[in-house]
Design a protein around this ligand. Sequence first.
Ligand code: SAH
Ligand code: DHB
Ligand code: MG
Length: 221
Amino acid sequence: MNGKHWTAVDTYITDQLIPADAALDAALSANQKAGLPAHDVSPPQGKFLQLLALAIGARRILEIGTLGGYSTIWLARALPDGGRLVTLEAEPRHAEVARGNIARAGLTHLIDLRVGPALDHLPAIEAEALGPFDLVFIDADKPNNPAYLEWALRLTRPGSLIIGDNVVRDGAVVDPDYPDARVQGIRRFFDDIAANPRLSATALQTVGAKGWDGFAMALVL
Ligand code: SAH
Ligand code: DHB
Ligand code: MG
């Protein structure tokens, strides 16, 4: 069990099942060139999100935390004509790189990228009736995960999926006293999901090129 082997297996899975894609590759290169943190989902994870969106026939997707738009491109490619993906990014510099990546992927017409703290935008998204969203991907500042969960519940319908990234954090999640606000945010996210009778949820640990982490998935009942 080691990180190198996890990465080798991710490469194997990617080579076997995930055809090379010029726009996705270009997005990762542009992110790196711009000095963005390498916090994008991995290719197998991106494809997993895309397959979930396709499997539920998602037409409206909300993403919180765009970075350079790598996960955005994976998810938007699951949308039918007339679908819409709203994605929220606090950092103007990240958003600018994302815009370029999204344009290169030919997806600008499907994606509504809003720049600024997500909590400042979510009320307008509700007021503009952009929902209900079929899938919500929460992948921004983890201390705000409990607030994002509340918004996700307001902006979804029975049958919608709410996915949270980075819910394992090298196993730190099991330590109630872990001195990191991100881990505490994830722990409250679990608490709030568990306490909500409108949600049926699970989480899957993942290992791979991005280390040891995991996704939480909640179905809105
Ligand atoms: N979903 C992306 C990765 C997102 S990384 C992918 O897989 O490709 C997390 C992003 O959330 C960063 O770009 C960070 O700037 C952004 N972020 C941090 N705090 C935020 C906030 N309050 N509102 C919106 N975005 C935020
Ligand atoms: C971090 C954030 C992410 O969304 C991610 O996938 C990996 C790392 C971080 O803030 O460290
Ligand atoms: Mg993440």
